[in-house]
Design a protein around this ligand. Structure first.
Ligand code: NDP
Length: 446
């Protein structure tokens, strides 16, 4: 459609160096053409132009001192993408690959994901190219303090509420919150989510993204009259999302046979998740230690999706963006995989997604399947406002209901727009984008 083509060309020209951002915009816009075909008046209202332009981008210098007294300077970012549904909400990523393109792609995706949760939250994302790996606690604390010294001016419980993402766990959130509190002189617990349980955190937040992925997957399996029991599952990553995806899958008797990290992967028919947790959460080391500690399984260097000859039913990529290109998608198909559900944000490139669709593999994009993390962050905000804590079971039940509801919204879009019955890409994009456009129009020309 001409309006979408023009808008895409415009972004490709203007943001020529922002590869990941262009990729994310292309994926969303190409799957919502039907909305614009049915509503030609949107062109005059500049709807696409407004959807793809962040409301605000804050970029700042983050100087910090290492343990030897040397000063380092990193880049800090916060992209406040769209606040039409509520305060900007989205994680902070500390990873050397962070740049403006990655911040914008994550912020853009976050807008529609947050809309799908049904919670009153807008979309944003932030972070830094700081690498916490190999840094002492004191260095991480000094970095977080310096990062917050600038960020605090731009956030607040009703303005922008960051959370964790890659490289930002409860330790970093603790340092960030402590420094915010000192700078502001108030106890605004709702300014950050993913906090420790002793000072305003929510039960289930740590587990939420991974548990939510499995709750969503269960809904798909119900549609095809199957269950998770005995399904062979490979999960890339061994961070927060991967570990709790594996934990919930095992609870439903799923058979998790492989996991990975940035250096390599393990394959083990008796995969011991406690050993993975010990290595990654406690020791903060590489999975190469796994066979020695567990006494079984094999460790290989490289990407899990380059491994040939392994048979499995379900792949859940939970590491990082663009882990899977067309070559790896073909390997996944050759492994007899029938379902790919994204735990990470955009781990499959657009060619890989098209290939799955061609081959009849059911594919779910992260903005639908990994929304449980941000949804539970919004539940943490609710509890902070009420000054009251729900029990584990209460939060978990709300999370499950939200994931079932997101799945239901996808089914409604599939029916209303007569989509292919398993086209979760178009369905999630249409449902999320419609909610944002409707709110934008109701609120005037902003
Ligand atoms: P973590 O930092 O906890 O874990 C990331 C995992 O991915 C680690 O095992 C890491 O290996 C591995 N990894 C990192 N880079 C690469 C790479 N280039 N190739 C292969 N593996 C890699 O992050 P999270 O689990 O929090 O996040 C994972 C993904 O899920 C991200 O895309 C994130 O945006 C998304 N997400 C996270 C949410 C959350 O609540 N945490 C919510 C929704 C989405 P190593 O241990 O060696 O570094």
């Amino acid at each position: 459609m001409e309006y979408i083509k023009e808008a895409l060309n415009h972004i490709k020209e203007k943001d020529v160096n922002e590869k990941e951002f262009i990729q994310a915009v292309e994926e969303v816009l190409n799957s919502v053409d039907v909305i614009f075909a049915q509503n030609p008046q949107y062109q005059n209202k500049g709807i696409i132009e407004r959807l793809v332009e962040p409301e605000r981008i804050i970029q700042f210098r983050v100087p910090w001192e290492d343990d030897q007294g040397k000063i380092h300077v990193n880049r800090g970012f916060r992209v406040q993408f769209n606040g039409v549904l509520g305060p900007y909400k989205g994680g902070l990523r500390f990873n050397p690959t962070v740049n403006l393109s990655i911040m914008k792609f994550l912020g853009f995706e976050q807008v529609f994901k947050n809309a799908l949760t049904g919670m009153p939250i807008g979309g944003g994302k932030g972070g830094s190219d700081f690498d916490p790996k190999g840094r002492s606690d004191n260095e991480i604390k000094r970095f977080c303090n310096s990062f917050m010294t600038e960020l605090y001016r731009h956030i607040g419980p009703d303005i922008d509420v960051p959370a964790g993402d890659m490289g930002v766990g409860s330790k970093e959130i603790g340092y960030l919150y402590g420094h915010y509190r000192r700078l502001r002189g108030t106890s605004e617990r709702g300014v950050l989510t993913g906090k420790g349980l002793g000072y305003g955190g929510s039960l289930v937040r740590k587990e939420a993204t991974g548990y939510g992925v499995i709750y969503f997957l269960n809904e798909i399996l119900k549609r095809i009259n199957k269950s998770l029991s005995k399904q062979r599952i490979v999960i890339s990553g061994s961070g927060n999302v991967a570990i709790y995806t594996a934990e919930k899958a095992k609870e439903y008797d799923g058979h998790v046979i492989a996991m990975s990290d940035s250096k390599g992967y393990i394959i083990d028919e008796q995969l011991d998740l406690d050993v993975v947790k010990l290595i990654k959460e406690v020791k903060r080391e590489g999975l190469s230690l796994y066979p020695q500690i567990s006494g079984h399984g094999e460790y290989y260097v490289g990407s899990l999706y380059d491994h040939l000859g392994l048979k499995y039913d379900i792949a859940i990529p939970c590491a990082t963006q663009n882990e899977i290109d067309i070559k790896r998608a073909k390997n996944i198909y050759d492994s007899s995989c029938k379902i790919v559900v994204e735990g990470a944000n955009m781990p499959n490139d657009n060619d890989a997604i098209m290939y799955y669709q061609e081959k009849g593999i059911i594919f779910v994009p992260g903005k639908a399947s990994n929304a449980g993390g941000v949804a539970t962050s919004a539940l943490e905000m609710s509890q902070n406002s009420m000054r009251y804590n729900w029990t584990f079971t209460e939060v978990d039940e709300k999370l499950r209901t939200i994931m079932q509801d997101i799945h239901q919204q996808c089914l409604m879009a599939i029916e209303a727009y007569k989509l292919n019955e398993y086209d979760y890409v178009k369905a999630a994009n249409i449902a999320g984008v419609s909610l944002v456009i409707n709110a934008m129009i109701s609120q005037g020309d902003y």
